[in-house]
Design a protein around this ligand. Structure first.
Ligand SMILES: Cc1ncc(COP(=O)(O)O)c(C=O)c1O
Length: 467
C-alpha cells in the first residue's frame, strides 16, 4: 500500500522538527480520523515502513505502539497492524455554545448579577462541608441527591414557594434544564408523545423535549400566561409551563387558568411540568405560590439556583409526583449517578445558615433599581416601544412596531457593541417583532449608558429601512 507520509528532518519553523515518531503518529492519526485510512486497513510491517521512510525501525515501532494505546490501531498475531473500527466513528456534533463569543454589553434575559454572587458565604459553606462531611460523602451517594440538601430544600420550597413535597419526592439536578430532561424522558419511556409548550416560550426547553423524543405542541400565551382555553383536543400527555412568571412575556397564570390547567391534566391523565425559574424576584405584586402546591400528584415542579444565585453552579431540583418518581430516579442514575455531592452539601449549609434569604434580601432592591432605571430610560429614548412584563423577574419585553426588522436591528446593535435578544427566538408561530431585555446583569450606570445608545441604533435602523 502507498502511504503519503512525509517526515521533516530539518524543521522549518526555527524550533527544530518534532521527533520523527511523533510526526509519524500525527500523520497516521490524522489519516485515520479523516477516513483516508479506513477501519480494517492493514498497515505495512514496521520493517517495511521504516525502509520506505528511511528511518530506524524503532521510530515506527514507537508510533504504532502509541496509536495502539490510543485505540486507533490493533495488532493481531499473524495479521499485523490494523486500523481499529472504533477510530473511524464520527465525532458527535458539538452543541452550540452559550458562552458569549466576545463580551459586548449584553441584555441577556434571565442573567443574574454575577458580580453580586456571595462568594465569601459560598466559600465558607464549601469549606465547612469539605472539612466536616463523613468519609462516606466522598463515595457514591444516592443519585437523587444528598439527604441533607433534600431535607433543606423540602423546608425552603415549602415556605418560600408553597411546594408541598417531602424530601423523598425531591430529586437534585444539575440545573432546571436537566430536571425538564429527566421528567421528559421518564414520560417518554411510559409512552408519552406530545407536550404542550408556551408560545412564545423558552426555546431551550422545546429543544430538550424534542431531544427526548417528545413533540412540543405550541399553545399561545397572552398577558396572563398560557391560554388554557386552547388545550382541549390537543391529545397531549403533558404541558410545560412557567406559571409564576411566563417566559418571556412575564404574565402570571391567574387562579382561573390554574384551575383550568389542572382540570385538563386530571381529565387527560396528563402531567404538568412547572418551570419555576425566577419566581423569587417580584417588585410590584404579591408572591405567587407554586402550582405544585395545589396538585402535587399532577405537577412535576422544577426549580434551580440559576437565578437566585448563579447559573454556573448548575444546581436545580425537582418535586416529582409519586407515579413518576421511579422513572425520574432511573433517568438521573443513567445520566450521571448524581449531582456533585459537595456542591449539594454546600447549598444545604448555605440555605440553613440563612445565606440564601440574606442574598435575596440584598438582591431584590438592586434588581428593582435596575428595572426602574431601564423602564425610565426606555420611556425617554424609545418611547414607541411597548414595554411589558415589568412587575417581576430579571427581564422585560419590548414589542416593536410591526414594520421593524428584528434581525436587522439585532445585527445593528451587535455592531455597535451591544447584544440584544429577539422575541422571535422564543416564538414558534410568527408574531410581531420584539426584544427581550434582561437587566439583571447590567448595572444602573450601564443601563444609563446603553439605552441612549440603543435609541440611536434604533433610529439608524428606521432610517436605513426608510431608504
Ligand atoms: C424559562 C427558563 N427556565 C429555566 C432556565 C434555567 O435553567 P438552568 O437552571 O438549567 O440554567 C432559564 C434560564 O435562562 C429560563 O429562562
Amino acid at each position: 500500500m502507498e502511504l503519503l507520509l512525509t517526515l521533516d528532518r530539518a524543521g522549518d519553523d526555527g524550533r527544530g522538527p518534532l521527533p520523527l515518531h511523533v510526526q509519524l503518529e500525527e500523520q497516521l492519526r490524522d489519516g485515520i480520523r479523516g477516513g483516508q485510512l479506513a477501519p480494517g486497513t492493514r498497515l505495512p510491517a514496521t520493517r517495511e515502513l521504516a525502509r520506505q521512510l528511511s528511518v530506524s525501525r524503532g521510530v515506527v515501532v514507537e508510533a504504532y505502539a502509541q496509536l495502539t494505546a490510543e485505540g486507533y490501531l490493533t495488532t493481531r498475531r499473524g495479521a499485523g497492524t490494523i486500523v481499529a473500527a472504533v477510530a473511524a466513528r464520527p465525532e458527535p456534533p458539538v452543541p452550540p455554545s452559550r458562552v458569549p463569543r466576545s463580551a459586548p454589553e449584553d441584555f441577556h434575559p434571565g442573567m443574574p448579577d454575577l458580580a453580586g454572587f456571595p462568594r465569601a458565604a459560598w466559600i465558607r459553606s464549601l469549606r465547612t462541608v469539605a472539612r466536616d462531611a463523613p468519609d462516606a460523602a466522598y463515595g457514591y451517594v444516592d443519585p437523587v441527591g444528598a439527604p441533607e440538601l433534600r431535607a433543606t430544600l423540602a423546608r425552603y420550597l415549602g415556605r418560600a414557594r408553597g411546594v408541598g413535597a417531602p424530601p423523598e419526592r425531591l430529586v437534585v439536578t444539575t440545573g432546571l434544564t436537566q430536571g425538564v430532561a429527566l421528567v421528559a424522558r421518564a414520560l417518554a419511556r411510559r409512552g408519552a408523545r406530545r407536550v404542550v409548550v408556551e408560545d412564545p416560550g423558552f426555546m431551550v426547553h422545546r429543544g430538550v423535549l424534542a431531544h427526548c423524543g417528545l413533540e412540543p405542541v405550541p399553545v399561545a400565551v397572552d398577558a396572563e400566561g398560557l391560554r388554557t382555553e386552547l388545550l382541549d383536543g390537543l391529545s397531549a400527555d403533558a404541558a410545560l409551563v412557567t406559571p409564576a412568571h411566563q417566559s418571556p412575556l412575564g404574565g402570571v397564570l391567574g387562579p382561573r387558568r390554574r384551575a383550568e390547567l389542572l382540570e385538563w391534566a386530571r381529565r387527560e391523565r396528563a402531567i404538568v411540568i412547572e418551570d419555576d425559574y425566577d419566581a423569587e424576584y417580584r417588585y410590584d405584586r404579591g408572591p405567587v405560590g407554586a402550582l405544585q402546591g395545589l396538585a402535587p400528584e399532577l405537577v412535576a415542579y422544577a426549580g434551580c439556583a440559576s437565578k437566585v444565585l448563579a447559573p454556573g453552579l448548575r444546581l436545580g431540583w425537582l418535586a416529582v409526583p409519586a407515579e413518576l418518581l421511579d422513572g425520574v430516579r432511573a433517568e438521573k442514575a443513567l445520566d450521571d449517578l448524581g449531582t456533585p455531592v459537595f456542591d449539594q452539601l454546600a447549598l444545604a449549609d448555605f440555605v440553613e445558615r440563612g445565606e440564601l434569604d440574606r442574598h435575596l434580601r440584598r438582591m431584590r432592591p438592586r434588581y428593582r433599581a435596575r428595572r426602574d432605571a431601564l423602564v425610565a430610560a426606555l420611556a425617554e429614548h424609545l418611547p414607541t416601544w411597548r414595554i411589558g412584563g415589568v412587575a417581576a423577574g430579571l427581564h422585560t419585553v419590548a414589542l416593536l412596531p410591526k414594520e421593524v426588522d428584528e434581525r436587522s436591528l439585532l445585527a445593528r446593535a451587535e455592531r455597535s457593541g451591544m447584544r440584544l435578544h429577539g422575541l422571535s427566538w422564543f416564538r414558534v408561530a410568527p408574531g410581531p417583532p420584539g426584544v427581550v431585555l434582561g437587566y439583571g446583569g447590567l448595572s444602573e450606570a450601564a443601563i444609563a449608558r446603553l439605552v441612549p445608545q440603543l435609541g440611536a441604533v434604533y433610529a439608524e435602523e428606521l432610517a436605513a429601512a426608510a431608504r
